[in-house]
Design a protein around this ligand. Structure first.
Ligand code: NAD
Length: 236
């Protein structure tokens, strides 16, 4: 596991931490000494972390979850906006419900969580936010994922807006643009492995290492950046 400086004792909130990439991010932050709150639709029961049930698309649920985190661990100085859904639906069959839920979870959820922690980060003069974007948010997606791609473009830009507004307060905000990381989410895209130049899927551990670095003391001069992690799948 990657070891970085500056996470010891910090309160870190990771959304969508029940499984996949988010779970590994939570484990790596905890392994670097952070006090981690793992948020997901059902409270994760990971060893050594506070598990909190939270639908990030629900404003009241987000407020309640962060109140629980503050009560149990303290104010968050690290926030990883990782919760996401990936509906594959041909464009003409996309219902309003699927469109809206995708935007609500992948984009509005990030806004709600960030809005909840930023006042504390500003007051403390320190914060690290990392948002999980996607190569689909740059290129539109290799499958029929218009709502997903639009939501991911949105969250990557949200990170840049936060970066602009909060750099002067010691808060950095960055995004990742991953593609084809080996989790349950990509069950419908496994055939794309032949199009990955490095010849394999990425791993949650590789994504978590990058997140840990961006959340560390080493990365205070990196903000407003979108970092690809895609094995060369999309070079731009
Ligand atoms: N796997 C990839 O190749 C890939 C590529 C690009 C981006 N991403 C992004 O990385 C993030 C993690 O993806 P993953 O591959 O680990 O997927 P995953 O499906 O394995 O995990 C997503 C997690 O988010 C949780 N979640 C879903 N809706 C939620 C909600 N409303 N509130 C709280 N939690 C919710 C799920 O319960 C799940 O635990 C997502 O944002 C995804 O879009 C993944």
């Amino acid at each position: 596991m990657i070891q970085v400086e500056g996470l010891q004792g910090r309160v870190a909130v990771v959304t969508g931490a029940g499984r996949g990439i988010g779970r590994r991010i939570a484990e790596v932050l905890a392994g670097n000494g952070a006090r981690v709150a793992a948020l997901d639709l059902e409270a994760p029961a990971h060893a050594g972390m506070l598990g909190v049930a939270c639908d990030v698309a629900d404003e009241q649920a987000v407020d309640a979850a962060f109140a629980t985190v503050e009560e149990q661990l303290g104010a968050a100085s690290v926030l990883v906006l990782n919760a996401g859904i990936y509906p594959i639906v041909p464009f003409e069959e996309m219902t309003m419900a699927v469109w809206q839920r995708t935007i609500d979870v992948n984009l509005t959820g990030g806004f709600l969580c960030a809005r909840r922690v930023l006042p504390g980060m500003r007051t403390a003069g320190y914060g690290r936010i990392v948002a999980m974007g996607s190569s689909a948010g740059k290129a539109g997606g290799a499958r029929s994922v218009a709502a997903y791609a639009a939501s991911k473009a949105g969250i990557m830009t949200l990170a840049k807006s936060i970066a602009n507004e909060y750099a002067a307060f010691g808060v950095t905000a960055n995004a990742l643009a991953p593609a084809l990381i080996d989790t349950e989410m990509i069950a419908g895209t496994r055939d794309l492995v032949s199009r990955i130049p490095v010849g394999r899927f990425g791993t949650p551990d590789e994504v978590a290492a990058l997140v840990a670095f961006l959340c560390s003391a080493h990365a205070g001069y990196i903000t407003g950046e979108v970092t690809d992690i895609n094995g060369g799948f999309l070079v731009d």
